[in-house]
Design a protein around this ligand. Structure first.
Ligand SMILES: *Cc1c(COP(=O)(O)O)cnc(C)c1O
Length: 379
């Protein structure tokens, strides 16, 4: 069945005839004859009916054998990494990462005895030079934030197979509607379900999917580390997921329409969107993705001052970090998500002070473009 149908129907249990699975607001459940600690029915052990339903839906939607939700995207990412890597192990990881992942890998992982090397996502010929006998895994993100670069994802899978590494991908920016990494051979797919999967900017959650063996190992680790998702958030995430395919269609349309609109504006110097033919990995995006998603970034000729004037003239986009909700969000990464980096490091990554990032919501594309047109006219 199509992903759109699976999002609605897979995992739904009709308890007492209720069409919608209720929230099981109970931390513990009557003992049956569980043999294994991890099978005891207890909320932290990720096995309430709300967890079960979500796991089934996510596995079906991503094409995994099993799935697991977590208390946040970072709980999913750090628990997966701490499962795959042990003290002494080495990780190859993409050089442009979500901030939380970057600081976990550079600051926390070394204290747990794990080492890492950064790799350039589009230079696969350089990866083998960074291998060590203790290298265990390779980790990338589907698209980098905020420049939307797409690593050579097929080469990552091939490289992992050749050298016996576990391949992990943070697929938050694509969602399983736009890209399903397990289908091209990735081992573990991770999400900040806070973003597109839930889609309404009203919770934080994470998701992990892959083979039964990987998910089982990560679930045991999550059971101990305790980053479990509360059942009320499970309920909201399950509700949000049912409309993911509909929402992604509009996010894709808005992202592309706004990217094209901005490209035609004389104040705009550069637009970064994998949906534009000018994007360096446009061909890869067309081949692997069903849509470019709602996130894009751009630079104005007038730099920071012009960016500030534009932001203050917009009425629809909300000035806030994050993405994937129904409302359009806008930020200047140098002042928010990437403010912790030195200006030199930002410049090296191509993140100028005037760069603006837009995470399109699901408003009508025409209204978004009209709002930008008015703000440009008033500058
Ligand atoms: C937001 C985000 C995360 C972290 O997710 P939380 O739910 O905030 O913990 C990780 N990766 C990417 C790509 C994100 O956008």
């Amino acid at each position: 069945m199509d992903i759109q149908t699976r999002l609605v129907h897979t995992g739904e249990e009709r308890i007492e005839g209720a069409v919608v699975l209720p929230i099981f607001q109970s931390s513990t459940f009557v003992s049956q004859d569980e043999q294994d600690y991890n099978d005891i029915r207890y909320l932290r052990l990720n096995n309430t009916p709300n967890h079960r339903a979500l796991h089934a839906k996510l596995a079906a939607v991503c094409g995994g054998e099993d799935a697991l939700v977590a208390g946040s995207g970072m709980a999913a990412i750090t628990t997966a990494l701490m499962t795959v890597l042990e003290n002494g192990d080495h990780l190859l990881i993409q050089d442009c990462l979500y901030g939380g992942t970057h600081s976990f890998v550079t600051q926390d992982a070394p204290r747990l005895g794990m080492s890492f090397d950064f790799i350039a996502g589009n230079a696969p010929e350089t990866w083998a030079g960074k291998l060590r006998p203790e290298t265990r895994a390779i980790y990338v993100e589907t698209m980098t934030n905020p420049l939307l670069e797409i690593a050579d994802l097929e080469a990552v899978v091939e490289f992992a197979r050749e050298y016996g590494l576990v391949s992990l991908i943070d697929n938050t920016f694509a969602s399983p509607c736009n890209f399903r990494p397990l289908e091209i051979g990735f081992d573990i797919e991770l999400h900040s379900a806070t973003k597109y999967l839930n889609g309404h900017s009203d919770l934080v959650a994470g998701a992990i999917t892959g083979s039964s063996a990987h998910v089982k190992a990560i679930r045991h680790k999550l059971n101990h580390l305790g980053g479990s998702l509360d059942t009320h958030a499970c309920f909201l995430l399950q509700r949000g997921l049912k409309t993911l395919a509909l929402r992604m269609r509009q996010h894709n349309e808005n992202g592309l329409t706004l990217a094209r609109y901005l490209t035609g504006q004389e104040q705009v110097a550069r637009v970064n969107s994998p949906g534009l033919e000018s994007h360096p990995q446009y061909e890869r995006a067309q081949r692997l993705f069903s849509g470019a998603g709602g996130v894009l970034s751009f630079e104005l000729h007038g730099g920071v001052a012009a960016a500030e004037r534009l932001l203050s003239g917009l009425t629809l986009p909300v000035t806030a970090p994050s993405l994937g909700g129904v409302e359009t969000l806008i930020t200047r990464p140098a002042a928010t998500s990437h403010s912790g980096m030195s200006p030199e490091d930002r410049a090296e990554l191509g993140i100028t002070d005037g760069l603006v990032r837009v995470a399109c919501g699901i408003e009508a594309a025409g209204d978004l473009c009209a709002d930008f047109a008015k703000a440009f006219a008033d500058m």
